[in-house]
Design a protein around this ligand. Structure first.
Ligand SMILES: Cc1ncc(COP(=O)(O)O)c(C=O)c1O
Length: 355
């Protein structure tokens, strides 16, 4: 007798859990680092106009050229060096496909964005994790040593890092890119909030890849990730990419936004002002330890078990992220996304009533 198909799935996959996020209908949703604001009505109308005329019977533009041109203009990087993905998640998968080999290794500082490890294990990679320091800085020496021992094909660093929120020390990052060997991916998913970037190093560091996304500035529904690298590398990566990975709807909607992107900066400014308020107010709650953020979320530690805090907030209709279950650097830590002023107040009120 043959075993049922699910038992024949590779053991590395069987051991994983699918990425889970709650999708509640009515909650203050501060758990996914989304922008709380939709585009203004005028921009929504332009999106609707663009989408109305779509040829549903035709495949999308496989190279998404118009959108890539707009992104090239925004980033000041040649269009031939711009590759789009169905979210930056897909671009990470694509990098893992392209740079694999016999027993490939991914080097990551941890804690970090969970999909790096998850996708690497799905693709049969070995994952080499090096803990951050207790202050959530890169441990440059430990990373170099592990790189010498394990020769990573790929090193991925989120800048700012999720879930800690900080941009790592620039000098340590520069040394990492220069010395680690293999390809280094700097994931700048939160760049719009941090305004710090390794973009200027792309021209002279041939092993550097930068990831960005439109998800965090308010276009998460479109699933558009952006990869910036040398045109020669993008030519290779295009062989791995599925031909129609960005839908026509997403291309048209993103074009309509990026043709008149002024409102994005205003929304970012509002989020940053609210982040400062959230930080200030959380700092007044007794026993709470706060970690400075360069992104659109704040990580904090509570005196109580984080699961209790998470459950109590959820019962009151406020959803944030519990990261503090295990012992280790994130013990008793939770992450809250910066929402609208009303959402942040709802979170703060509920949280204060627990403390
Ligand atoms: C560091 C980092 N990279 C990538 C992503 C995923 O971005 P996308 O929506 O483009 O797949 C996230 C989302 O939380 C993130 O925190």
């Amino acid at each position: 007798v043959t075993a049922p198909a699910e038992e024949l799935v590779r053991p590395a996959i069987r051991a994983l859990r699918a990425y889970e996020v709650e999708h509640p209908e009515r909650a203050v949703k501060l758990d996914a680092n989304e922008n709380p604001y939709p585009p203004p009505a005028g921009v929504m109308a332009r999106i609707a106009d663009a989408v109305r005329g779509v040829d549903l019977n035709r495949y999308p533009d496989p190279s998404a050229l118009r959108l890539r041109r707009l992104i090239a203009g925004r980033t000041g990087w040649p269009v031939e060096g711009v590759l789009l993905g169905n979210g930056s998640d897909e671009l990470i998968s694509l990098l893992l496909s392209a740079f694999g080999g016999p027993d490939p290794a991914l080097l990551i500082p941890v804690p970090t964005f969970s999909m790096y490890r998850h996708l690497a294990l799905c693709s049969g990679w070995r994952v080499e994790e090096v803990p951050l320091t207790p202050g959530f800085e890169l441990d440059g020496e430990a990373l170099s040593e592990r790189a010498r021992e394990t020769r990573p094909n790929l090193t991925v660093v989120a800048y700012p890092n999720n879930p800690t929120g900080n941009c790592f020390d620039r000098g340590t990052m520069e040394r990492l890119v220069a010395n680690v060997g293999g390809v280094v991916v700097v994931d700048e998913a939160y760049h719009d909030f941090a305004h710090q970037t390794f973009r200027a190093r792309l021209a002279d560091r041939g092993n550097l890849v930068i990831l960005r996304t439109l998800s965090k500035v308010g276009l998460a529904a479109l699933r558009i990730g952006v990869l910036l690298a040398s045109p020669a590398l993008v030519r290779e990566l295009n062989k791995v990419r599925l031909p129609y990975n960005v839908s026509t709807f997403s291309q048209l909607a993103a074009e309509a936004v990026l043709e008149e992107p002024g409102f994005l900066d205003e929304q970012v400014a509002t989020v940053l002002a609210e982040r400062a308020r959230l930080f200030r107010e959380l700092g007044r709650v007794r026993g709470v330890e706060l970690f400075p953020s360069d992104a659109n979320f704040v990580l904090f530690r509570t005196p109580r078990p984080s699961r209790e805090v998470f459950e109590a907030l959820r019962a009151g209709g406020v959803l944030i992220r519990d990261l503090g279950g295990a012992a280790g650097l994130l013990h008793r830590c939770l992450r809250v996304t910066v929402g609208t002023p009303a959402e942040n107040s709802a979170f703060l009120d509920a949280f204060r009533s627990l403390a």
